[in-house]
Design a protein around this ligand. Structure first.
Ligand code: ZN
Ligand code: ZN
Length: 438
């Protein structure tokens, strides 16, 4: 069976590369991936797979049924691009560009789908093929508007798909992310990733003539500068082992140069290796934000949003995936990952389901940077498509013995209900007024 799935991927390798290039040519930001989703719908149709669309605005899922019943393994790919105006291949209207390699993920998910179709009759269980929206947690202000309009509740794609029940019948989840790091070689497995909470912050002051009457104003940009300096001062209290990273951007810094800025907006992540560490760090950050408003006598509105949970791989899935990766690329080209400072909403899935999220090479440049590109589609698409299909064969062949073992040995960190309750608890908006302390 494994030889047959590998042959199937090889037979369609150039079509899959073409699809990855097609998606690269029309990048779309999260929850707006309508064209990319339509390409996935076309492929599902071509494979004869019925699909449910519009889950979390653009998400889609098709089910490949095995010959007999058994567990459900989800194979995921992410639809969204990033935004990088400095990238030469950006969309000139939106700045969107696939600077994180998600275009390769969609192609490899469909590669695994077409390969597993060849052996489906011999599998016990089914494969849920998912194209998931909005992994990049960006454009917070715009997504908050989507939330106000009732189009979504959470700002990340997988949380939305969990909320909408797309994972209710899933037993195991798997996807592979692209990597441009040479030390990751062809396939890198295991390790952990930071989780994070996000903040959308508005410093509210009073506008006045910047030359004629600055004494009449309350400068929100100055409040933001004091707050960001406060955050920098706090950094020495972060412990190395917690891997805290706080990285704000100013998304509105003032409107006209001759008026005191009254509405200054900041977005940021507070990342860390554990939920406890993140909690501690983002509360300290709130203190610094309030200090900025207090210093200038203004106000600050802090919207804290549940971001992503730290990623933990299921060890059984890692060793299964690793063995298949070695078969494809050789042990020299398979590496073990350590802790990553970035975050992914596969971390969320890993809290509720046995999850594996390895990385595949073939890209170069800086991840999220202006020189990021995929150079080698065999490494970026065909290899991981094969490794995922082979791992599904391991899981669902022989009456799904290995899938049942994985689910029996898995201890969820949260139930789905606990997870959704956690996200809702983390979502708060508070207004702090300097006048409250006067
Ligand atoms: Zn990514
Ligand atoms: Zn990314």
């Amino acid at each position: 069976m494994k030889a047959r799935v590998r042959q199937a991927v090889d037979a369609h390798a150039s079509e899959l590369e073409q699809l990855a290039r097609q998606i690269f040519a029309q990048p779309e930001l999260g929850f707006k991936e309508h064209h990319t989703a339509s390409l996935v719908h076309d492929w599902f149709d071509k494979l004869g797979l019925a699909h449910r669309d519009g889950i979390g605005i653009t998400g889609t899922r098709a089910d490949l049924k095995g010959g007999s019943s058994g567990p459900t393994v989800a194979v995921l790919g992410e639809l969204d691009s990033l935004l990088c105006w400095e990238h030469p291949d950006r969309d000139p209207r939106t700045g969107a560009v696939h600077a994180c390699g998600h275009n390769a993920q969609i192609a490899m998910m469909l590669g695994a789908a077409l390969a597993l179709k060849e052996v489906a009759d011999e599998l016990s269980g089914s494969v849920a093929l998912m194209a998931v929206p909005a992994e990049e947690y960006v454009e917070l202000e715009e997504r908050l508007k989507f939330r106000q309009q009732g189009q979504l509740e959470f700002l990340g794609g997988k949380a939305e798909m969990v909320r909408l029940g797309a994972f209710d019948d899933v037993d195991i989840a798997m996807m592979v992310h692209a990597t441009a790091r040479p030390e990751d070689a062809d396939i890198a497995v295991g390790g952990t990733n930071n989780g994070m909470v996000a903040k959308f912050v508005r410093f509210l002051g009073r506008t006045s003539h910047a030359g004629g009457a600055p004494d009449q104003g309350i400068n929100s940009l100055s409040a933001a500068r004091v707050a960001l300096a406060g955050i920098d001062a706090i950094r020495e209290t972060f412990r190395d082992e917690d891997h805290i990273r706080v990285h704000p951007i100013v998304t509105r810094g003032g409107d006209v140069v001759n008026a005191i800025p009254a509405d200054v907006r900041v977005e940021m992540f507070c990342r860390g290796a554990s939920l406890e560490a993140i909690e501690l760090a983002h509360r300290k950050v709130d203190r610094a934000l309030k200090a900025g408003a207090l210093a200038l006598g203004g106000e600050v509105e802090i919207t804290t949003l549940p971001g992503y949970l730290p990623l933990h791989h299921d060890p059984n899935l890692v060793s299964m995936f690793r063995a298949n990766a070695v078969e494809i690329v050789g042990s020299e080209r398979v590496r073990d990952k350590g802790h990553g400072g970035g975050s992914t909403d596969m971390g969320d899935i890993s809290h509720i389901l046995p999850t594996v999220h390895p990385y595949a090479g073939g890209a170069s440049g800086a991840g999220h940077g202006a020189d990021y590109r995929i150079d080698d589609y065999t490494r970026a698409v065909a290899n991981p498509a094969k490794a995922m299909a082979m791992t599904v064969v391991d899981l669902l062949s022989s009456d799904a013995r290995q899938a049942r073992q994985v689910t029996a040995e898995f201890k969820p960190r949260m139930t789905r209900a606990e997870y959704l309750a956690y996200l809702r608890r983390m979502s708060t908006t508070t207004l702090f007024r300097a006048s409250d302390l006067e």
